[in-house]
Design a protein around this ligand. Structure first.
Ligand code: HEC
Ligand code: HEC
Length: 237
């Protein structure tokens, strides 16, 4: 599985620029088997508003690097002005997940990228239309040829490139990461008390555990609201 083949940056010093104010540095990682040409093409697409049908929205409009690849809002705004029904999540450490979206409806980052491109409230386009649009841009023509020499610009190549970029986003170097690496005083006293509660009496770790502090599952947390989440997909109730 690709997910297990991540080489995290060996030392904090080797990790890239700061993310957010006082946030953890963004790790420079190498995903074994990932092609750098594919990942850098995915990065270009992620930040390019031309990927949306309106030409005004990029993935990065909602997933902003300086805000942990979210946007700091409770709910993001669609290009149409509509308010999205769910909070925009961060995009860190997703390579090792098995399902995506709050309800787990996508089972790969490629499928997720396709749904984001075609969602009317997100990029609002169609992948087929995007193939012709990008084919008219010489710089993309060249980058797709470099990353996908056999097929050039295809719907498959677009979602593969974007998914490769998303896979490369890995957080590292937080005080808790350093604590796990054996730096005994990496956590403040208060954070260390919180850690005790989290894994102890508060039992957050019943669901939030493992390297990503998640079990990857979908749970009913008892939060009231109209969003039926996973239940709508599983036809429960
Ligand atoms: C208008 C805001 C908006 C735009 C634009 C947008 N997203 Fe999102 N993204 C969201 C929201 C909201 C969710 C959660 C939706 C849900 O769970 O139903 C999400 C979920 C995701 C997830 C799942 C994360 C997880 O932890 O499961 C990924 C990956 C992602 N987006 C990548 C992208 C990519 C790639 C693009 C561009 C092709 C994009 N997004 C464009 C708002 C946006
Ligand atoms: C029964 C399982 C479960 C337990 C126990 C639990 N959580 Fe969660 N937590 C979830 C789920 C599921 C979500 C995603 C929420 C959603 O889909 O609306 C979540 C979301 C979160 C988030 C938001 C994450 C994000 O990316 O936006 C935080 C922070 C959080 N939990 C902290 C805690 C803390 C602190 C505790 C202990 C006091 C705790 N959780 C206990 C299941 C749980």
């Amino acid at each position: 599985m690709r997910a297990l083949a991540i080489v995290a940056c060996a030392a904090t010093a080797g990790c890239g620029g700061k993310v957010g104010q006082g946030g953890p540095p963004l790790a420079v990682v190498e995903i074994i088997g990932a092609d750098p040409a594919e990942t850098s093409l995915g990065k270009a697409l992620f930040f390019d508003t031309r990927v949306s049908s309106s030409g005004t929205t990029a993935c990065a409009t909602c997933h902003q690097p300086e805000r942990g690849f979210s946007d700091g809002k409770r709910f993001s705004q669609a290009a149409s002005g509509a308010t999205l029904p769910r909070h925009t999540p961060h995009l860190y450490n997703l390579a090792s997940m098995d399902v995506y979206f709050w309800d787990g409806r996508a089972t790969s980052l490629e499928e997720q990228a396709r749904l984001a491109i075609e969602n009317p409230d997100e990029m609002g386009g169609s992948l087929e239309a995007l193939v012709s649009k990008l084919s008219a841009v010489p710089d993309y023509e060249r980058q797709f040829q470099a990353a996908f020499p056999r097929d050039g610009i295809t719907t498959e190549a677009i979602v593969r490139a974007i998914a490769s970029f998303v896979r490369s986003l890995v957080s590292a170097g937080s005080p808790y990461d350093r604590y796990l690496e054996g730096e005994a005083d990496a956590l403040t006293e208060s954070a260390d008390r919180g850690r005790g509660l989290f894994f102890g009496r508060a039992n957050c770790s019943a669901c939030h555990r493992g390297p990503n502090l998640t079990d990857g599952g979908v749970h009913n947390t008892g939060v009231p609201g109209d969003d039926r989440g996973r239940a709508a997909l599983d036809r429960v109730g």
